[in-house]
Design a protein around this ligand. Structure first.
Ligand code: BEZ
Ligand code: FE
Length: 308
């Protein structure tokens, strides 16, 4: 804990004597050595490190048995609410910043490659394909938004044919999978053209709360934290011999960015200008929006080589 500006047990550590400390130390050593025979060295390393950190946590806050029970009940509730459509453990990892920390560890900065951020629980594997310039909204409510850009390598070479998956919530803050009617909307995939360029119609992103009607939501409420995410549009970009990029673009000027994103996903490099266009302003592809305002955003995507 030394060097940590927020030691977890600061001011709460009970004065324990050398005998008690020795009992606790001995238990940690016994549990650690129970994993000594693990054949897979990586599994051994993970289990022993987990043991060290968990015991350090219990000792640091001098966890009471009632608190330990409450923790078990919390994890049990996370399990009970989890099914094919709802993953409370991913949500827990997200709001604790563990998802973003894992992304940071595994997606090192590489020569200006676009930064990654949290995947989230709302990606769907078999989203429909739209042509370049197509509309991914499929009737979902929201302000139309033209999004375009180019996919390149870090040396500026275009990546023709890159597969671009995009998904977002509607103006009510809901993803299609959160409706009970099985609709598919506000999600699609498309392929970059021969020059690596792409374009599509989506919706101007809005801030929305992560699902907070379960144990994770209760934890956020108990700790005075908001479930709201900064407005964003999800991207996953894949291309041969390139590192897969999972990211979002965030809306420059969204007040939620300053207030805070509930899953810590915002990175400055991903904050993008969404330019508001008045009703009647000609659209890039001549689409007739019959008197509606719209927005436009440009997001150039730089992919790192595979294995970096
Ligand atoms: C999302 O962006 O959709 C999301 C991310 C993390 C947790 C919940 C939702
Ligand atoms: Fe999202």
């Amino acid at each position: 804990m030394s060097g940590d500006s927020h030691p977890a047990g600061a001011g709460t550590e009970a004065p324990i004597g050398p005998e008690q400390r020795e009992v606790e130390d001995r238990l940690v050593e016994t549990v650690l050595s129970s994993f000594d025979g693990t054949e897979d060295p990586r599994l051994r390393q993970i289990m022993q490190s987990l043991t060290r950190h968990l015991h350090a946590f219990v000792r640091d806050v001098r966890l009471t048995e009632a608190e330990w029970n409450a923790g078990i009940e919390f994890l049990t509730a996370c399990g009970h609410i989890t099914d094919e459509r709802r993953q409370e453990f991913v949500l827990l990892s997200d709001v604790l910043g563990v998802s973003m920390q894992t992304i940071a560890v595994n997606n090192r900065a590489y020569k200006g490659a676009t930064e990654a951020t949290v995947f989230g629980p709302f990606f769907v594997d078999d989203a429909p394909q739209v042509p370049l310039g197509g509309d991914i909204a499929f009737g979902a409510p929201g302000q139309p938004c033209w999004v375009e850009g180019a996919v390149t390598d870090t040396d500026g070479t275009p990546v023709p044919g890159a597969r671009i998956e995009v998904w977002e919530c509607d103006e009510d803050g809901l993803y299609d999978v959160q409706y009970p009617d099985g609709r598919t909307a506000s999600r699609a995939h498309l392929f970059a053209d021969a020059d690596g360029r792409y374009r599509f119609w989506g919706l101007t992103p809005v801030p929305y709360p992560i699902p907070h009607d379960g144990p994770v939501g209760k934890m956020l409420a108990a700790t005075g934290r908001s479930p709201v995410r900064a407005a964003h549009l999800h991207f996953m970009v894949t291309a041969e011999h390139r590192r897969t990029l999972v990211t979002h673009i965030f809306v420059d000027g969204d007040p939620q960015i300053a207030i805070g994103d509930s899953v810590f996903g915002v990175k400055d490099s991903l904050i993008t200008r969404f330019e508001q266009q008045p009703a009647g302003e000609p659209t890039p592809d001549g689409r007739d929006l019959t008197g509606r305002s719209w927005a436009r955003a440009r997001f150039d995507i730089t992919l790192a080589p595979e294995g970096t």
